[in-house]
Design a binder for this molecule. Structure first.
Ligand code: DOR
Ligand code: ZN
Length: 434
């Protein structure tokens, strides 16, 4: 089956894309009948978002989210590949659970991968898993506790994991907050008057993130392993990473999230636990530093950190409510609305941040760019249409959001995964391929 997408705007021009057997076979001004022709009516075509930072949950936490709801949320948000974090129940810390996870993931409606988590005790298990399969997209290390994960604080062990990853040519993803500062700070805020999310960024303070990122950069320099520092949120870390990239030879990448870019302490005061997340949301000055770091390539990717919890859990008091909230359905509209419309980022630059660079960092072949030979993972958007965020309409099971009621400019119209339209105007579909 050949599908021709006509009149889509690509690289700023109206071009036709011909798709055959999952892949793009031609991009040109010409038309190629006889094919099924789909007129995109001058809407914008972007490469599908590759989201390296998703907590799908499933298995024992499928009440929070599962592969069906997460992948449908991805489709609605224009995301065509999702990568699942290992802090699940059971945790992905050995080959057996990895296989269990992959098995559950088969029903995903978007491309997927599952990371392997590192813990203080599973070095041999990780090594064994890497020996058994080449399909593990990356290793993940948490330097602090954050929703059911094990923390590694031993520098020698961190170095061992980095060298292991290097041997197998795998990227290591880091959650960069240092546990010792958080453990030290928590008792200082134990009085009930501090029982509000606005104190979250004082307990999980800037210092904890800064010191942790310093440690990661030290280890990066020593091992030259390929490292991706996740959800960077402070201007000091940005400066450290900028300096590292200027003076050291490559191999360190970093991510930020829409919430670290567009939310700040004023929002946390207002939205309480709905904006409780790790690392915490910081200040307007940090928002600005992150924007600058996107522009000068210090930040390489934007991930949603889609981290669904039940609304009942989020409605508990600050101390017992879990951190994280859904992001798959809001990320791309937030980026178009803010980066494109308000801050003059080009669509090319946004695509680099959400598609091309993620593919490069995990070495994902033939995805992340619209070009002949690549898989047809595409997102069609209307740049001008306004949407009001309504979490009750989310496909995610987590039907709340710190962006609830926010008016965004930029709507995801259709999402194509491997040459099949899977979502159109908010409805899940599959065009007949025969
Ligand atoms: O806020 C967060 N939630 N940060 C994390 O690192 C983990 C995530 C989760 O799994 O809920
Ligand atoms: Zn996360």
């Amino acid at each position: 089956m050949r599908i021709e997408l006509t009149n889509g705007i690509l690289f700023g021009f109206p071009l036709n894309i011909l798709i055959e057997n999952e892949r793009i076979v031609s991009i040109s001004r010409d038309s190629f009948p006889p094919t099924r022709t789909i007129d995109l009516q001058n809407k914008i075509i972007l490469p599908g978002m590759i989201d390296l930072h998703v907590h799908v949950r499933d298995l024992n936490n499928s009440n929070k989210e599962d592969w069906t709801s997460a992948s449908e949320a991805a489709l609605k948000g224009g995301v065509t590949s999702i990568f699942d974090m290992p802090n699940t129940n059971p945790a992905t810390v050995d080959y057996e659970t990895y296989k269990l996870k992959l098995n559950a993931a088969q029903i995903s409606k978007v491309n997927y991968g599952c990371y392997m988590g590192c813990s203080p005790t599973n070095y041999e298990e990780v090594k064994n898993a890497l020996l058994q399969t080449d399909s593990i997209p990356a290793l993940k290390i948490f330097l602090s506790a954050s929703s059911a994960n094990e923390v590694i604080e031993d520098e020698n062990l961190l170095e061992k994991f980095l060298l292991l990853a290097k041997e197998y040519n795998k990227t290591v993803l880091f959650h960069s907050e240092s546990q010792k500062f958080i453990t030290r700070n928590a008792p200082l805020y134990s009085d009930n008057k501090y029982n509000h999310s606005k104190y979250h960024s004082l307990i999980r303070n800037r210092e904890s993130a800064i010191e942790s990122t310093k440690l990661i950069l030290r280890l990066a320099r020593k091992t030259n392993a390929r490292i991706h520092i996740l959800h960077v949120g402070t201007m000091e870390e940005i400066q450290l990473i900028r300096e590292y990239k200027r003076t050291d030879a490559g191999n360190v990448y970093c991510e930020t999230t829409p919430h670290h870019l567009f939310l700040n302490d004023i929002d946390v005061e207002q939205f309480g636990n709905y904006a409780k997340v790790n690392p915490p949301i910081r200040s307007i000055d940090d928002n600005e530093a992150l924007l600058e770091a996107l522009a000068d390539n210090t930040i390489d990717t934007i991930g949603s950190d889609h981290a669904p919890h039940t609304i009942e859990e989020k409605q508990r008091d600050y101390r017992t409510a879990p951190s994280g909230f859904p992001g798959l359905e809001t990320s791309l509209p937030l980026l178009i609305s803010n980066l494109y419309h308000k801050h003059n980022f080009t669509l090319d630059k946004i695509s680099e941040l959400i598609s091309k660079n993620p593919a490069k960092i995990l070495d994902i072949k033939d995805r992340g760019e619209i070009k002949v030979g690549a898989y047809a993972d595409l997102t069609i958007i209307d740049l001008q249409e306004e949407v009001v965020v309504n979490p009750l309409e989310f496909s995610s099971k987590a039907k709340y959001s710190p962006y609830s009621g926010m008016k965004l400019k930029g709507k995801v119209l259709e999402t194509m995964v491997n040459g099949k339209f899977s979502q159109s105007k908010g409805k899940l579909i599959e065009y007949d391929q025969n």
